[in-house]
Design a protein. Structure first.
Length: 333
């Protein structure tokens, strides 16, 4: 679940609380190339103000125009764009793509309150809309479920934000935290060392002075969690790895050379970790980009985390892609 859609729900709830008429528009089906996946949300206020998106912009313009000209549905209804190539071109749908939407009036925000409260608790929930009655239900969902629409009901998933636990509050951590925030991660930095936490200055992050292993247990690391240990201090890094590698966290990595990583794995093997759990450790951390500076290392770490998050094989180049000449090498024809 894109946290953008949770922000759309928050905005829709706020508009409704202010006494505005609000409609939600959900992508239910796409053909061809489509900029937004099924389940993507847009909220539209009675005066045409919108939050979120369902396309590249032209569809939104048409929806706004409909509302401003008095087309204000009072029950869930279907809208289809791009039936012909001409319409696809008009509405900015590439490659002749088609787009089907459900538009519904927001009659109550109680279900939004429930969705937002449960996702903050890192729960994965599903919202079901009955098109005939307009009734909405919120229930628990399981990881691996997908958006569903059978013509009568739509079932959309809302889950917790992806989050990153960074161990260590040095320069690399500050750069990494800023980049992770830009990629929509919830960022938590942990460092119990007095000389480090006093200089932490990254707005929008959460800082903890707890011992890393205690915090990892307290956070109940889940499949939406990444753990990055970058203190260079085995007393701190190894502590969190002992807990993180046993958790469902989708990514666990630690900074260090190949030699340091091998020594770390030997230390971890002395505790109650299986070979498979130790094998989950990403180290040396990050893709091999030849990184030297904190900024470059942070890019390498985030690139690896995103690849794992998105289920992409950890290769440096896509198969069949061009191999550019190395920087500083002058080719002569």
């Amino acid at each position: 679940m894109d946290s953008l859609d949770l922000q759309v729900l928050q905005q829709a709830r706020d508009w409704h609380a202010q006494g505005n008429k609000v409609w939600l528009v959900t992508v239910i089906e796409t053909w061809g190339s489509a900029p937004r996946p099924p389940g993507a949300l847009l909220a539209m206020r009675g005066d045409g103000l919108v939050a979120g998106s369902v396309s590249g912009g032209c569809v939104e313009d048409d929806l706004i125009d409909r509302v401003r000209h008095g087309e204000r549905v009072d029950h869930p209804s279907l809208i289809t764009y791009g039936v012909t190539k001409e319409e696809a071109a008009r509405f900015g749908l590439p490659c002749g793509g088609n787009l089907r939407l459900v538009q519904e009036p927001l009659a109550s925000t109680a279900w939004i309150d429930e969705v937002l409260a449960r996702t903050v608790r890192h729960e994965l929930v599903a919202r079901t809309l009955d098109l005939a009655s307009g009734e909405v239900k919120v229930e628990s969902a399981a990881r691996g479920e997908k958006f569903e629409f059978d013509g009568k009901r739509l079932r959309a998933l809302f889950g917790p934000r992806w989050r990153m636990l960074i161990i260590g509050a040095g320069q690399l951590s500050r750069v990494l935290a800023g980049m992770a925030l830009a990629l929509d991660f919830e960022v938590i930095c942990c460092d119990p060392r007095e000389e480090y936490h006093l200089t932490w200055d990254v707005p929008g992050t959460i800082f903890s002075k707890q011992m890393p292993d205690d915090l990892a247990l307290e956070l109940h690391l889940d499949p939406h969690s990444a753990v990055v240990a970058v203190t260079h201090d085995p007393k701190l890094d190894d502590l969190v790895l002992l807990e993180a590698l046993k958790s469902p966290a989708f990514y666990v990595g630690a900074l260090g050379s190949r030699g340091n990583t091998a020594a770390r794995k030997q230390r971890l093997a002395m505790f109650d970790l299986t070979a498979d759990e130790i094998g989950r450790l990403h180290g040396p951390i990050g893709l091999d980009l030849g990184s030297k500076t904190p900024g470059e290392i942070a890019v390498a770490i985030l690139a690896e985390i995103l690849a794992v998050k998105n289920g992409i094989a950890l290769t440096q180049k896509k198969e069949g892609s061009a191999m550019p000449q190395a920087a500083g090498v002058c080719g002569r024809g």
